[in-house]
Design a protein around this ligand. Structure first.
Ligand code: HEC
Length: 301
């Protein structure tokens, strides 16, 4: 099969050095991103390690209670006797109103049990001599805020698509992977990137979608590792891996299977694209015929 591009192994050494430098730097970046995820989201449920609960707490929030209640049942449990903690929680459940704060005697409890630590001179923990700071902790924990999701979404979409632009570009010179598999490996990260961002927003609405966050993240990682490893191996280890090593058996397998899974998958993808095109054309036609005139009439009036 004649290739219309220069295979990775035949590129000049300076280009290989450039490609390798980029891939290694991005690879290290990916590792740091994983560590960062482990330390921010991973700790959301109070336990080390990433779980579905972490993702639910991060995006959907822990709606079973407020921060104040959670703390009074958690690390602040020994700071006040049962009865007084119960009174505070009751006040929170009744809406944490400032009118009830004095009437229910909550102010006395806070003053005698909490303010010795939670005061002006304490740094890093809320100051309970100010009612507003206590009030904030009585709101339901609804997870990531709208504005933080918008910020992180656009940063991720711009940033990660660039990473996969270059990783995919380098990988597109690979010769040991068939065109079908290459298209899938190069396209997959973009599908999963969009699924990932979408799943954050969906998880904010319903915790069920936390699974999609994990699935999309793993899909991105798999295609990244595949493209990364194939590119490096072809550039520097072509002979030992693909001619003498395990890779040669992979190539035999690749060339022998006429109707492989990838071929069939490829066929379905092409069929699906055809159907979508037809449906799109139909929708546009219907719109021009029926939808647009109605709106035009309506605008004239
Ligand atoms: C001995 C000092 C001390 C006392 C007394 C104390 N706290 Fe705390 N509190 C802390 C420290 C330290 C933290 C931060 C570490 C943590 O979250 O466990 C904290 C954190 C909190 C938080 C979480 C704040 C946040 O922004 O996440 C809440 C809520 C809280 N305390 C409520 C109370 C209440 C209510 C009382 C009184 C019943 C109380 N604390 C008494 C030391 C104290």
């Amino acid at each position: 099969m004649a290739t219309k591009y220069t295979p990775l192994k035949d590129h000049d050494t300076p280009i290989k050095v450039l490609f390798t430098g980029y891939l290694c730097t991005v690879g290290i970046g990916y590792l740091f991103a994983l560590i960062q995820i482990l330390f921010t989201h991973g700790m959301a449920d109070g336990k080390f390690g990433l779980s579905v609960n972490d993702i639910v707490y991060s995006y959907y929030g822990n709606r079973s209670g407020t921060v104040l209640e959670q703390k009074l049942n958690g690390s602040m449990k020994d700071k006040a006797p049962e009865q007084e903690r119960f009174k505070i929680m009751e006040w929170v459940r009744d809406g944490a109103l400032i009118e009830d704060y004095k009437d229910d005697g909550i102010d006395k409890i806070i003053e005698s049990r909490c303010v010795m630590c939670h005061n002006e001179s304490a740094s890093g923990i809320p100051d309970f001599t100010k009612f507003e700071q206590l009030k904030i902790l009585t709101a339901q924990d609804t997870g990531a805020t709208f504005s933080s999701l918008i910020r992180v979404s656009h940063i991720h979409l711009f940033g990660i698509s660039f990473i996969f632009m270059f990783v995919g570009l380098i990988f597109s010179f690979a010769e040991t992977t068939t065109t079908q598999y290459k298209c899938i490996a190069i396209g997959m990260p973009y599908v999963f990137l969009i699924a990932d961002i979408l799943s954050w927003w969906l998880t904010k609405i319903h915790p069920m979608f936390a699974w999609l966050v994990i699935l999309a993240g793993m899909g991105m990682a798999v295609s990244f590792v595949f493209m990364w490893a194939t590119s490096i191996l072809e550039m520097w280890f072509f002979k030992p891996v693909f001619i003498d090593g395990l890779g040669s058996r992979y190539l035999q397998w690749r060339d022998s299977s006429a109707t492989s899974v990838a071929d069939r998958l490829w066929f379905y993808i092409k069929e699906l694209a055809k159907q979508i095109k037809l449906a799109g054309a139909f929708a546009v036609e219907q719109w021009l015929k029926h939808g647009w005139p109605v709106i035009k009439d309506w605008l004239k009036k």
